[in-house]
Ligand binder design. Structure first.
Ligand SMILES: [Zn+2]
Length: 144
């Protein structure tokens, strides 16, 4: 039974890193402890970076560590933003199709990211819905 390492935001990230680091310290920075941590969670990029940061915190000088931390936090935030943007667009498209009363075809709706007029395309092919051509001409967001 594995758990997924869930990090909500940067504050949560920092808090979890602090807690894990203190625990690791109490375990005399044992390699086994890190291995157990890794095996406890489902493999993910977040977990991989989390372990990387723990190791770096022990090994690197403060200044170098801060730089790595900054970079990893920035990547984390970017991915979070992309995921939430995609969710927002999917929700808005769903609404637009509902409003139009169709399941397939083409509808326009207000882009939740920029407020421009976006186009949602949906067609069934091979038993699945696809959205190739869905895009917002204003902000450039698109998906398939
Ligand atoms: Zn847009």
């Amino acid at each position: 039974m594995s758990k997924t390492l869930i990090i909500k935001d940067i504050d949560d990230y920092k808090r979890k890193l602090d807690i894990a680091y203190q625990k690791w310290q109490k375990n005399n920075f044992s390699e086994k402890w890190i291995e157990n941590l890794k095996n406890y969670y489902v493999p993910s990029t977040d977990l991989w970076n989390f372990v990387k940061l723990l190791r770096a915190r022990k090994k690197l000088p403060e200044e170098k560590y801060k730089k790595l931390e900054e970079k990893i936090f920035k990547d984390f935030e970017e991915i979070e933003k992309i995921l939430s943007d995609v969710l927002k667009v999917f929700r808005a498209e769903e609404e637009a199709f509902k409003k139009a009363g169709i399941k397939e075809g083409k509808v326009t709706y207000t882009c939740p990211l920029c407020g421009g007029t976006a186009v949602a395309v949906r067609y069934k092919y091979g038993g699945r819905y696809h959205g190739l051509g869905s895009h917002c001409p204003n902000c450039g967001f698109s998906h398939t």
